[in-house]
Design a protein around this ligand. Structure first.
Ligand code: GDP
Ligand code: MG
Length: 597
């Protein structure tokens, strides 16, 4: 390979706009895969993604494209198309010189696509705008090209049109990648400088490190250094993704590929770190990334406490390939032993949950999700709150802070009023409205993340009948009047049901929570009091009447000693249940806390 004929690019697209289909076509039209091996959506990573039909992130792939006897090496490094995985976008973009902005010719640009396109431009990537699905009878190329111009500033004459499904216009896309995206600028003679942009764990080979070389070369047998921790390794194999891992002798400046160096743990490799030669090191490391921070936490409890160790093993296995997911043991009065897990967002949480169920067949309770908070205590300490149970007594709190995000909604103009109502109800702070066309607009708000994860996405989808999309980025923690709202079942606090809420909404939330719980908990042999409380102050209360089970009825009133025995046994049962708080709370009840109005 020669650096001048390498092109590194990614595809920015909203879910369903045709990213996988286009990638398949690029492989097929260049002969990277044969028609015979062609399997739809070859590059979609996980089975789960394929089943759900969503692409979070595709495998990287090296494509050889021959034009006028010149062979070009095109490396596709994908960016994920969902808000939860926003941090991965920046790391994939850092490995590229260009990006295809793929837009559905019927649906038009979406919030996440706009945000990612801006990020790419900030990183000096060349944007190749492509309109997909032009075969659709409902395609509206002209208005959508105009929207793209307004939203991200693409020029109408630069927009390519294709159908990834029929194969129309694909060669033009390949040519545009070669002609418009700049070649990498590094030199082979310089000391090695490579960016780690991803990694995965192979049970047989250990950690496989995905890298983009900026300077120098890397080959088998070379002694390398990971600059962050100053750790050295000997390279055992280098190679490219074509699309399967294929070993080669050397990777050179500008190329994208992988290496293995008998690294045992994925935690020894930091995405964003710089790889260099240990004998002839580069002077400065590449700018790193911020490590992704879990934004949403929830508890995972096995229904059967004997499954605790099995669950721990399953979580450890998942963690091997997903370092953004965290877990630590915790215990709860109501639920026994389980784990507090940290996720990037609700989709991430759902995916991890489904993989766990598939992986270990354990019945699990997922407690309601919460965001992280910050508390400044009276003695001047700042503590990070990952679970409502961590909230100290009100008397110790100087300042309670919540995460705030900047959120963009891309909606039909007819829904602007609905969005404003939704945001007003959620303590949103209005920033601006920007019209893309007469029919669509971008609304920008600052809003608490907690309200975003609670139900905002579902609400957006329902008021816009699926046409609205949103994108958000973290702004930081800001002070707010927050309280911990507790739920007491039969006078016992069920810590898994505690939530952190704004004081002004506490009473409404509390009342709603209790009435939902009442519907979900069956009658018991005794009366059950349900209460919502802030500290010791009860703000809502309901009762579940006792089930009447007159065990003495069978006794025909005759044998008094027998009757007394039965009565005392029943009382004993009642007492035992009270003592251990043995109220059956179904999983539904925990989920009810999350449900929207
Ligand atoms: P992704 O989520 O961006 O990876 O989207 P996919 O590639 O999975 O495509 C989503 C859906 O759109 C699939 O049903 C595809 O068959 C369909 N699709 C993709 N490209 C085209 C196209 O050019 N024309 C039409 N009519 N359908 C397409
Ligand atoms: Mg797909």
């Amino acid at each position: 390979a020669e650096t001048s004929r390498i092109r590194n690019f990614s595809i920015i697209a909203h879910i369903d706009h045709g990213k996988s289909t286009l990638a398949d076509q690029l492989l097929l039209k260049t002969g990277t895969i044969s028609e015979r091996d062609f399997r739809n959506q070859l590059l979609d990573g996980m089975d789960l993604e394929r089943e759900r039909g969503i692409t979070i992130q595709m495998h990287p792939v090296t494509i050889y494209y021959t034009r006028q006897d010149q062979v070009y090496e095109l490396n596709l490094i994908d960016t994920p198309g969902h808000v939860d995985f926003g941090y991965e976008v920046s790391r994939s973009l850092a490995a590229c010189e260009g990006a295809i902005l793929l837009v559905d010719a019927f649906q038009g640009v979406q919030a996440q696509t706009v945000a990612t396109a801006f990020l790419a431009m900030e990183n000096n990537l060349t944007i190749v705008p492509v309109l997909n699905k032009i075969d659709l009878p409902t395609a509206r190329p002209e208005p959508i090209i105009e929207e793209m111009e307004t939203a991200v500033g693409t020029k109408a004459e630069d927009v390519l049109k294709c159908s990834a499904k029929s194969g129309l216009g694909i060669m033009e896309v390949l040519d545009a990648i070669v002609d418009r995206v700049p070649a990498p600028s590094g030199k082979q003679d310089n000391p090695l400088k490579a960016l780690i942009y991803n990694s995965h764990f192979d049970p047989y080979k250990g950690v496989v490190v995905y890298c983009r070389l900026f300077e120098g070369t890397i080959k088998t047998g070379q002694k390398i250094k990971l600059m962050r921790g100053n750790t050295t390794y000997v390279v055992m194999e280098v190679g490219q993704f074509r699309p399967k891992m294929q070993p080669c002798d050397t990777l050179i400046a500008g190329q994208v590929g992988y290496f293995m160096a008998q690294i045992k743990l994925i935690t020894d490799v930091h995405v964003g770190d710089t790889v260099t030669d240990s004998e002839n090191p580069t002077e400065t490391a590449l700018p790193g990334y911020k490590e992704p921070q879990p934004m949403v936490y929830s508890g995972l409890y096995p229904i059967n406490n004997n499954d605790f160790e099995t669950l721990r093993e399953a979580l450890s296995r998942l963690k091997l390939n997903d370092s953004s997911f965290t877990f630590e043991p915790e215990s709860s009065d109501g639920l026994g032993f389980g784990f507090r897990c940290g996720f990037l967002g609700l989709l991430h949480r759902e995916i991890i949950g489904q993989r766990l169920e598939r992986d270990c067949e354990i019945d699990l309770i997922h407690t309601s999700p919460n965001v992280t908070y910050e508390i400044l205590t009276r003695n001047g300490q700042t503590i990070l709150i990952k679970t409502p149970q961590d909230v100290p007594d009100a008397g110790q709190i100087e300042e309670f802070r919540e995460p705030i995000v900047k959120i963009n909604f891309l909606v039909p103009t007819s829904n602007i009023g609905d969005i404003m109502t939704l945001c007003a109800e959620r303590r949103g702070f209005y920033c601006r409205t920007e019209y893309l066309s007469t029919t669509r607009a971008i609304l920008t708000y600052e809003i608490p993340l907690a309200d975003v994860i609670y139900d905002l996405y579902d609400k957006l989808k329902s008021v816009t009948r699926g046409y609205g999309t949103m994108d958000y980025e973290m702004l930081g923690y800001r002070p707010a009047d927050l309280v911990r709202l507790d739920v007491l079942v039969h006078n016992q606090r069920v810590d898994a049901l505690s939530v952190i809420v704004h004081r002004t909404t506490a009473e409404r939330r509390g009342r709603k929570l209790i009435s939902k719980l009442r519907e979900k908990i069956d009658r018991h042999l005794f009366e059950i009091a349900l209460q919502a409380a802030i500290g010791t102050r009860v703000i809502a209360r309901e009762t579940i009447k006792a089930m009447r089970k007159d065990v003495t009825a069978k006794c025909y009133g005759g044998d008094i000693s027998r009757k007394r025995k039965l009565l005392s046994r029943q009382a004993e049962g009642k007492k035992r249940m009270k003592m251990v708080g043995q109220v059956d709370i179904p999983q539904e009840a925990f989920l009810a806390v999350l449900e929207s109005d």
